[in-house]
Design a protein around this ligand. Sequence first.
Ligand SMILES: Nc1ncnc2c1ncn2[C@@H]1O[C@H](COP(=O)(O)OP(=O)(O)OP(=O)(O)O)[C@@H](O)[C@H]1O
Ligand SMILES: [Mg+2]
Length: 306
Amino acid sequence: MDKRKKVESMDEEIQLEEAEKQEYHKPEPDLEAIFTGSQALKKAPKIYGVSTGIEGLDDLFFIVTSENGKIVKKTLGGIPAYSVMNITGVSDTGKSLMVEQFTVHQASKGNKVAFITVESPANFVVASLKLRASAMGLNFDDFQDNIILIDAASSTKIRENVPDLLATLAYVIQQYKVKFTVIDSVTGLFENKEMMARAIVRRLFNFMKKWYQTALFVSQKRSGHEELTAEAAGGYAVGHIVDGTMVLAKELIDSPFKAKMYKKEIGDIVRLFRIDGCRMSGHDTKTHFLEITETGLVKIKQPIGG
Ligand SMILES: Nc1ncnc2c1ncn2[C@@H]1O[C@H](COP(=O)(O)OP(=O)(O)OP(=O)(O)O)[C@@H](O)[C@H]1O
Ligand SMILES: [Mg+2]
């Protein structure tokens, strides 16, 4: 063997040794990740509807079952239990109002709701929740402690560190027996690190599943994205991770064409709503008008075009 070849093969040997040293993990099967169909079914939750308190929304979800050999479509009367739904739209489309309404509605029924606020500090959110309650004709004092606020807007520690946030949420879920989790917004959790959007949302999603939460994640859209699509800021893939997406939009009537289409006057604003996919149940696929009342309540109205 000439000198050069010898040196090369020695190099290779050293590299191999290094690689072996680094290979601290020998591939092995993860037996806990394997289930037969029946084993998996035992752990499958029964799907039912969770009412939202948002007029016009609950009947847009349905399941199809077979009864005496006949296929029947039944409304769920809410979003599917144990689903993680993404609510997306540009600024001022009613996302926060919607999740606040949901929170108040469920809390008023005696259920515990964890509300992770990322943009607005807890004292502001609670004031808003109280307004939502009175607009809904409910007395906030009767159920205020069914809502557990986690203030990630004020705590940098939990806003910038997902494991800390999830440890806080796990504590809250256990301590208060929480069934519903709201995050307003997940976008705030990956500010300045939009590359991480997918990984963060995936982690949040897996956590919600592990703890059997029915969850609403708000995500913000940049106005550059097409209005009624599910493409959320930085989270092009958020929609692929979660179980379903609801898209909120607003449009300025700035042409006779739009005025005719929406039966509105030029200069008006129309608000629109659409369910962009739901993995866990059937759903309405039309684009609907959305209304925000003067008292700040979101209502889903008739489909555009009747
Ligand atoms: N009483 C009210 N209280 C609050 N908002 C109201 C009320 N009445 C009407 N609105 C409308 O609702 C909009 C607020 O919607 P919301 O705060 O839910 O927006 P958002 O989609 O969460 O926006 P962002 O992405 O900026 O957080 C306001 O811009 C306003 O036009
Ligand atoms: Mg908001």
